[in-house]
Write a protein that binds this ligand. Structure first.
Ligand code: G3H
Ligand code: 13P
Ligand code: ZN
Length: 316
């Protein structure tokens, strides 16, 4: 089957209390690791591409890799999504390039400007059969090349549920990324993680059935953090979102959970391990291969955390 959008996935995820994993891809090995995991677990999949990924790997290479994944897995619904589009022009280009979902992220603009730009993207995308995710409220951490809010500020910029209702009504957007205390990257919390589940609850009460998206949802798995630190890396203070919190949100109105940092850390940990244990190694297949396997195992595990393992067929 061809690439799909997220409509059916979100409908089923909302109804049946799970979330679909949205994994960032930047090259062939990352994509293969993710896709072999979902193929084994029979899970729906969102492969997302940031502006950075587009300029790093080029859209034509990434699209060709994803086309192979789609052709080889006809029983799995796969969506190709633009992560954090910043302008109408970027979103339009992605719609024209064959993306089935785009994100317009104007969360750092004023409420009215965010609405105006999102509406413009929704009009163009919907006219071309593509769904749109927008963002309201602000996350912390590093996103593309923009440094977001500090740890201290994150909890003061959560999504306002009443604004979310107005935003959804006025833009016609298909899903909304909400700020509930997460951040991008590997340093999400300095003390015990705290997330605003009440924001999710309040929005779900006001607009039942409307799918929410959780960005900054990597867990910074101990296994990879320890390997990185053991083999010459330096990420002692890295801290992510506890997996119990991801599962809890997935059972609520959160239908899409974004994961990039955990992929990066799995890849980095395995490469560091090979380099350290065999300093003479210089065949890329000998370190990218184990990295790809680590990504596969990690993604398989995440699909159970999200509850979307075994749900491919109902999303077709
Ligand atoms: O939003 C952040 C994602 O992890 C993408 O990161 O812009 O460095 O590709 P990137
Ligand atoms: P992490 O940095 O937590 O993986 O978040 C990724 C993300 O939100 C991409 O949009
Ligand atoms: Zn994000």
């Amino acid at each position: 089957m061809a690439l799909v959008d997220t409509k059916k996935m979100f409908e089923m995820a909302y109804k049946n209390g799970y979330a679909v994993g949205a994994f960032n891809v930047n090259n062939m090995e990352i994509t293969q690791g993710i896709v072999s995991a979902i193929a084994e677990e029979k899970s729906p999949l969102i492969l997302q591409i940031s502006r950075g990924a587009r300029s790093y790997a080029s859209m034509s290479y990434l699209k060709a890799i994803i086309d192979v994944a789609v052709a080889e897995n006809p029983d799995i619904p796969i969506c190709m999504h633009l992560d954090h589009g910043d302008t109408f022009e970027t979103c339009k280009q992605c719609v024209d390039d064959g993306f089935t979902s785009v994100m317009i992220d104007c969360s750092h603009h004023s409420f009215e400007d965010n609405i105006a730009l999102t509406k413009q993207v929704v009009e163009y995308a919907h006219a071309n059969g593509v769904v749109v995710e927008a963002e309201l409220g602000q996350l912390g951490g590093i996103e593309e090349d923009v440094v977001g809010l500090s740890h201290e500020d994150v909890m003061n910029h959560l999504t306002d549920p009443d604004q979310a209702v107005e935003f959804v009504k006025r833009t016609g957007v298909d899903s909304l990324a909400v700020a509930i205390g997460t951040s991008h990257g590997a340093y999400k919390f300095k003390t015990a993680p705290k997330l605003a589940f009440d924001v999710i609850e309040a929005i779900a009460e006001k607009i039942p059935g409307f799918p929410l998206v959780m960005h900054g949802s990597s867990s910074v798995l101990k296994e990879f953090k320890d390997l990185i630190n053991k083999y010459g890396g330096k990420m002692p203070d890295a801290m992510g979102v506890p997996e119990e919190a991801i599962t809890r949100a997935s059972k609520m109105a959160v239908c899409k959970v974004n994961i990039d940092t955990d992929l990066r850390m799995a890849l980095t940990a395995k490469i560091r391990q090979v380099y350290a244990e065999n300093p003479a190694e210089f065949d890329p297949r000998k370190y990218l291969g184990p990295a790809r396997e680590a990504i596969k195992a990690m993604v398989k595990h995440k699909l159970h955390v999200l509850g979307c393992a075994g749900k491919a067929a109902e999303c077709l």
